[in-house]
Design a binder for this molecule. Structure first.
Ligand SMILES: *Cc1c(COP(=O)(O)O)cnc(C)c1O
Length: 480
């Protein structure tokens, strides 16, 4: 037995590199990431990848190993080259993610010290840090001291947590589902309906409220619909407002919708995954007026605070609504129950063991302060307006609404031929070129292109370059 254990230990100890081995691996890894960052300016934003299962798949997971140089070269070729480069300032498609450098240091420390941020008893400091960040966000949006929340992996999970909290707060039982009504718009993010389905609420009634010409929910129509539903014996329950829709960046009239929610005692959830952090900017603060009237709210640090993917946040105005929907007791957790100084993330979300996400947010906020974030967010709003003005100078460009935040939409109207076909060709040409990445959508059934300014590396130079690339491709397609 002893001999066998010692033999096993010999191999198992490979999991514990010594200082010299660590230094070697760290230097190689930093060399790789520094190369990546130093070449970013000249790297393509989009590289199409023809379907193959080579590269990574030629090096299967097994007992044999490859060295760090081989690992990094596999990574570079097969992971960090094909597809969209989310670190590039030329990423103007979908909602660009972040990836600020300082967060990587937080992740590095969190992965090594591996504090367990699920339960206060296990790591009071980690839980205090996460709760402090939640309190900061709650104050930012104007929530009272009764609020609580959770740092999640992203907006979709945040929406799910909010929907489940709203379900429990209204005690919606299986028999109530088919009469319970959710109010949203055609521009609501699909993760909300996905959340409803996952939460067992697939069969509740969804009423899509008409929008104004800027794709914002019409609050008068909302009230009319609620009244009608009450007359018909239905149970109005949940209003979903968007603080920055994904397609257009439209902000619903949050204050007016909040008034309606108050009048009829409904739960107002605001999806601010993309837009809510714009409250840090002067312009955004005005646009987001009324956000404090919501009962729950989501905001994604991996969008609006430029963090790497895997950082969302959900806030619930009355913490008991969040707690009642997510707490759990188990015999093996009894030690954890003795401390109630701070609520534990494990009682406020579906997760138990979890990544210590707070550190990747806390560390950059402490090192940089809020000023660069405020400036970057205001800059993104102004860059979107700048792009809007530049595009309006091009003949035959049909523009979507003037941006509420940092997303604009447009399409080119060719003098002859089908406009949808032309714009499809236009986006394909932009993708093939790869210097910038734009995405497309359908708006009122029309093929439409989008520019979403949300990367911290997008500045005037990138926007001007995007406009000239668009112009260049329009001319090229027009000639062919
Ligand atoms: C991105 C987004 C989501 C989903 O968030 P993930 O972090 O991608 O899961 C939800 N709502 C809106 C408005 C979004 O822009």
């Amino acid at each position: 037995m002893r001999d066998k254990i010692i033999l096993l230990e010999h191999t198992a100890r490979l999991l514990e590199p010594n200082a010299a081995q660590r230094k070697y691996l760290i230097d190689k890894t930093i060399g790789y990431t520094e190369d990546f960052l130093n070449n970013l300016q000249t790297s393509l934003t989009y590289v199409s990848s023809p379907g193959n299962r080579k590269g990574l798949f030629d090096s299967p997971i097994s007992d044999s190993t490859i060295n760090i140089d081989e690992v990094l070269s596999l990574l570079k070729e097969n992971v960090d080259t094909p597809g969209i480069n989310p670190a590039s300032g030329g990423h103007l498609g979908y909602i660009p993610g972040g990836g600020i450098f300082h967060s990587s240091l937080g992740d590095f420390i969190a992965a090594i010290t591996n504090r367990y941020a699920g339960v206060f008893f296990a790591s009071p400091g980690a839980v205090r840090m996460e709760n402090m960040l939640i309190d900061w966000m709650a104050e930012l949006v104007g929530y009272p001291g009764t609020a609580s929340g959770n740092l999640t992996s992203g907006g979709s999970i945040s929406n799910l947590i909010a929907v489940v909290s709203a379900r429990e707060a209204f005690s919606i039982k299986p028999g109530d589902i088919e009469k319970s009504v959710v109010y949203l718009t055609a521009q609501t993010h699909h993760s909300v309906e996905k959340s409803l389905r996952i939460a067992g609420l697939k069969y509740c009634i969804k009423h899509y409220i008409p929008m104004d010409d800027k794709f914002r929910m019409n609050s008068e129509q909302l009230e009319i619909t609620i009244k009608k539903d009450l007359q018909n014996g239905l149970k109005p329950w949940l209003i979903i407002a968007s603080a920055g829709t994904t397609d257009i960046g439209a902000v619903d009239p949050l204050y007016d919708i909040g008034e309606v929610a108050d009048r009829y005692n409904l739960w107002l959830h605001v999806d601010g995954a993309y837009g809510a952090f714009f409250i840090l900017s002067e312009t955004g603060k005005g646009v987001l007026k009324g956000i404090e009237k919501s009962d729950s709210l989501i905001m994604d640090p991996h969008k609006g605070l430029f963090l790497p993917y895997g950082s969302g946040a959900v806030l619930v105005k009355e913490k008991m609504n969040l707690y009642n929907a997510h707490y759990y007791q188990a015999d093996y957790m009894q030690d954890a129950l003795t401390s109630v100084e701070e609520l534990s993330p494990a009682d406020l979300s579906p997760e138990l063991s979890k990544h210590f996400r707070g550190l990747r947010l806390w560390l950059p906020l402490k090192l940089l302060g809020l000023a660069p974030f405020r400036a970057a967010l205001e800059e993104k709003i102004l860059l979107a307006r700048h792009a809007y003005e530049k595009l309006s100078e091009i003949d035959n460009i049909e523009l979507g609404p003037y941006p509420d935040l940092s997303i604009i939409t447009f399409r080119y109207l060719p003098l002859a031929g089908d406009a949808d076909e032309f714009n499809k060709k236009l986006i394909e040409a932009i993708h093939k070129d790869g210097r910038v990445f734009l995405s497309s959508t359908m708006i009122n059934g029309k093929y439409t292109l989008r520019i979403a300014v949300c990367s911290f590396r997008t500045h005037l130079e990138e926007i001007d370059s995007a406009i000239s690339i668009i112009l260049e491709k329009i001319k090229l397609i027009g000639q062919s």
